[in-house]
Write a protein that binds this ligand. Sequence first.
Ligand SMILES: [Zn+2]
Length: 486
Amino acid sequence: MRIFTASLATETNTFSPMYTDLQSFYQCFYAAPGEHPATPTLCSAPLIACRNYAASHPEVCLIEGTCTWAEPGGLLNRAAYEHLRDEILTQLRAALPVDLVMLGLHGAMVAQGYDDCEGDLLQRVRQLVGPNAIIGTTLDPHSHLTALRQQQADLLIAFKEFPHLDFMQRAEELLQLSLRAARREIQPVMSSFDCRMIDVFPTSNEPMKSFISKLKQLEQQAPVLSVSVIHGFMAGDVADMGSKILVITDNAAAQGAQLAEQLGQELFSFRGRTLPQFYSIAQALDQLELTQAPVVLADVWDNPGGGVAGDGTLILHELIRRQQRGVAVGTLWDPMAVRLCQAAGEGAEIELRFGGKSGASAGAPVDKKVTVRRLQANAEQNFAGSRVPMGDCALIHFDGIDVILNSNRCQSFDPSLFCALGLKPADYQVLLIKSTNHFYQGFVGLAERIIYVDAGAPYPSNPRTNAYQKLQRPIWPRVEAPFDVS
Ligand SMILES: [Zn+2]
């Protein structure tokens, strides 16, 4: 059994000015063949699953390809995409013949000239390996599902949880099903249903929590092998943007299609009621006096995990205006300010302009006399067993507020981001973080209360008004009753 594995992933917010190039991949996560660390990243989990399996199965020959991931951002540079794609294809060509190709993809990567990067990659992989090899891929649920991907791959499995804490489980499941398919014990057939909607579906609360439990039960009932919810990614303007259900059966296409439709209609019935309560900045900050510390303020729409900058200052400005003290901000992306802090050195008091530099919508820069409390090279935070690089960081202090400035854009996954700069998150009254829901599991045990703050920018969070060009299908909430439109 010869298995080739690789990973190429990012999530493209086609509305974002934060363009993505090769440097974005190298800076975030890049592992050449054989150099992947022992800990998985979100999208490269199939490689770790393969390594673990190969270690106890001497009949398996594992060939590792490149694994790389760029922080979600704007449109991917065409040459960068083709370079990374061809790097992996060249490795695969050298590894032929193979029985199994295990890829870790995201599913919402869009490059200049390629609206469906993953479909393009899968098609080229199929051309190389031939019709009999099994191609299996993990996907992020915040992805687009295209017919081309379904045609070219044998098995597509999306993470079930949001936060995506189950990425390793899904990778192992993918490997097990792919192995059975390669041994001709099963014949996977994929059926999908277009739910004609776009929404955000955290699975840490109802109704999604129970829905996910139900999917797991269904997977135990033959001929169902796997059920994925493709949540969709509203910041990606492509033809297939939207929520879909993907069912894999053991050679039972009609039954799979029926189940996908039934589950898809159930998901459609959840529209508009899957999110926790979001508050305006004023509503959120009004609650601080009534709440015991520490309170987490989640800036849900300045989340670098959605491809925006993560340097928005709207909430911070209001905290400053209200003279709120005991605040820790983790993090604000500003590599230029980090550099200035490094030059000044730990302990220095400097006039600093930070944040608010990437665009006009998410708040003006902050100008303050700050103390550089700590500098940390190559800081990292944890996320479900993976390590997330924050780059060189500076901790600055002014007026009862500590701010971590980072130089690698990344969302706030876990309280370890504060510890990386020597802070004890439990000591603060307010923790201001940038994340939509991935932070939840990490912070829920620490926070007395979590308040989701909708600052209104810069993520294109309203699909009703987003200026889509390529999305032409009728989908809710742009169309109230999309199934009535023929
Ligand atoms: Zn995601």
